[in-house]
Design a protein around this ligand. Structure first.
Ligand SMILES: [Cu+2]
Length: 105
């Protein structure tokens, strides 16, 4: 059992209304789909848990950290990005789950 990752950072806001577009990333069979997305600053990535298990999506990328925390099956949470960068996105519960979000201007 992996210990909870201590990523606690308010640099990015979760569930914030934004003028940008929404890009949906689903979690299914303990996998992110798609495994890579590209968005613009101000867009939101909506992480939708379509699995039958709880996930905990977060990014440890320095300066672009976020953490949704415990996300139940059927739950969706949006993350918006205030600056460009390449984020590694992971699940704190399932270490094999990874994906990438690239944010551009
Ligand atoms: Cu997970």
């Amino acid at each position: 059992m992996r210990s909870a990752v201590g990523v606690i950072c308010a640099a990015l806001m979760v569930t914030t209304p934004a003028a940008g577009a929404d890009v949906v990333v689903v979690q299914r069979n303990k996998t992110f789909a798609p495994s890579e997305v590209q968005v613009k600053v101000g867009d939101r990535v909506v992480f939708a848990n379509e699995d039958e298990v709880t996930h905990n999506v977060y990014s440890p990328t320095p300066g672009l950290e976020f953490q949704i925390r415990s996300q139940q099956p059927g739950q969706s949470d949006a993350v918006s990005f205030s600056k460009p960068g390449a984020l590694e996105v992971r699940c704190a519960i399932h270490p094999k789950m990874t994906m990438r979000v690239t944010v551009t201007r």
